[in-house]
Design a protein around this ligand. Sequence first.
Ligand code: OAD
Length: 269
Amino acid sequence: MDKKLEKIAEVLKKEGSTVTFFVGAGISTNCGIPDFRSPKTGLYANLQRLNLPYPEAVFDIEYFKKSPKAFYTLADELFPGKFLPSIFHYFIKLCQDKGKLRRCYSQNIDTLERIAGVEDDKIVEAHGSFANSHCITCKAEMETKVLRKLMKTGIPKCPVCKGYVKPDIVFFGEGLPSKFFDLWDEDCDTEKNLAIVAGTSLAVFPFANLPHEINKNCKRVLINREKCGTFLDSPRKTDIILLEDCDKIAEKLVDLLGWKTELDALIAK
Ligand code: OAD
């Protein structure tokens, strides 16, 4: 393990090297937010109370059009505002501060990368976020604070056409934001790059394709509790696999890179 960590630190220390992150729900489990697919603790194993036909229906646009209540029950529990970033989120922010962060592609809707201080042009929220909301019928925008207020008394409806309003989270059956495709065209061919994949089962496409498509000269790293996706199906000789808690790994990397004081300052903020 130590050798693998040293290799990662060595690339990060190199003049002009950059890192692209590909992250998922696993980087937020230590913040108290469940991931989706972990067998006992994942969200999809704990939705019996919502009486869904199948767990993913809670994020399915066709199901939402018929029965928005299930999503709104969950949204109330997951709404950003009460969670704090993890060590891993701060590690991404430190990479930014050191001029190393090329991009952070995130599947998460918890906005914790932003709360940790990662800048808008560095983040691609591939599956959207709670930051904005729109009517699913006439597309009128609704301010988050208005949505949050309406959620307290029922399902938020559009004041213009009475259609259901939904936060701009990408549901199954909806397209990803154009920022995802535009920036990936720029980012996928960078050579001096390190690709760190963390806290994701790489089960959802097209996101799961990104670490597979990244330039062959880019060193790929997986930090996750399980081996998954392209690291199983199309492994590369240079892949580094760390099957560990992502915060533990981030902490060790921060130590090796000499960034400990800065990390402590971010956590204490
Ligand atoms: P998953 O729940 O599918 O995968 C989370 C991964 O993180 C699993 O492999 C866990 O073993 C691992 N994990 C959990 N905690 C960890 C920790 N502390 N350290 C290291 N690894 C850890 O979540 P995602 O891959 O993010 O989409 O799921 C992708 C998409 O599926 C989500 O964005 C969501 C969902 O349906 C939508 O809502 C559209």
